[in-house]
Design a protein. Structure first.
Length: 245
């Protein structure tokens, strides 16, 4: 029985060994969103597809639908992002966003916004603009949250629906947005205090205003606070601890 060959562009975002010689690859594709494909005998020294199916590679993928798995038939390398892979710091960042994408997206569903976000972020990390690489990671996370339906309310109190103006402000992962001090009850269980500077940065990110974002002067304290808020929200969304870079 002949199987139709399916073609799409894809980025390798994860892999898992199966049996003695096979590997299961997690890919984010232009046409189908996230998919899993089986590389049969790919761990053998003479495997022809080994070069293309490397983590972070952008490839032209060909596969057929098997009984239990999609089976890779060809993987032509388009971009290997060698500049990233040769730099330990950048490689760690790229692996991190790939892992986050793999954890947050479940099932096949075409989404060109996420596809473009992934490629744009890898290209920005590849440029290695000193001091701003980490911000591309935060940008990727929060824009991805937005695309997946987890965009938080960053202008109004989610309790009283009034615009946030004065006093302390808290961010609630469970409620998906800001709560003013007047309406926060159990601070530890309800949310984490968030500064106005971080709220402004998150607004720029959610609005995808990356050009202005890159021009911001963000100090180490703000950088660390943004990381903590991201970790807090990410943990709520995926319900497992993640080492946030």
């Amino acid at each position: 029985m002949l199987h139709e060959t399916i073609k799409t562009k894809a980025v390798v975002i994860g892999e898992k060994e199966l049996g003695e010689d096979d590997k299961l690859f997690y890919l984010y594709t232009k046409k189908f969103g996230k998919i899993e494909v089986l590389g049969k005998a790919i761990r053998k020294p003479q495997a022809k597809l080994k070069g293309g199916l490397q983590i972070l590679n952008l490839i032209n993928l060909e596969f057929v639908k098997g009984k239990n798995f999609n089976i890779v038939t060809d993987a032509i390398l388009k971009e290997d992002f060698s500049e990233i892979k040769e730099n330990p710091k950048l490689f760690r960042m790229a692996l991190y966003i790939s892992d986050i994408l793999n954890k947050l997206v479940n099932g096949e569903e075409k989404d060109e916004e996420i596809w473009n976000l992934l490629l744009e972020t890898l290209k920005k990390i590849k440029k290695n603009k000193p001091g701003s690489e980490w911000l591309f990671v935060r940008y990727f996370e929060w824009v991805l949250f937005s695309f997946l339906g987890f965009e938080p309310e960053l202008y109004y109190c989610i309790e009283c629906e009034k615009k946030i103006n004065e006093g302390k402000i808290f961010f609630s992962a469970k409620d998906g947005g800001l709560i003013d001090a007047e309406h926060i009850q159990n601070k530890e269980k309800r949310g984490k205090e968030i500064s106005r500077d971080i709220i402004k940065i998150l607004r720029l990110i959610i609005h995808k205003d990356e050009n202005i974002l890159e021009k911001l002067k963000i100090n180490n304290y703000q950088k660390e606070e943004l990381k903590k808020i991201t970790k807090y929200y990410l943990y709520y969304i995926i319900q497992e601890k993640v080492f946030v870079i």
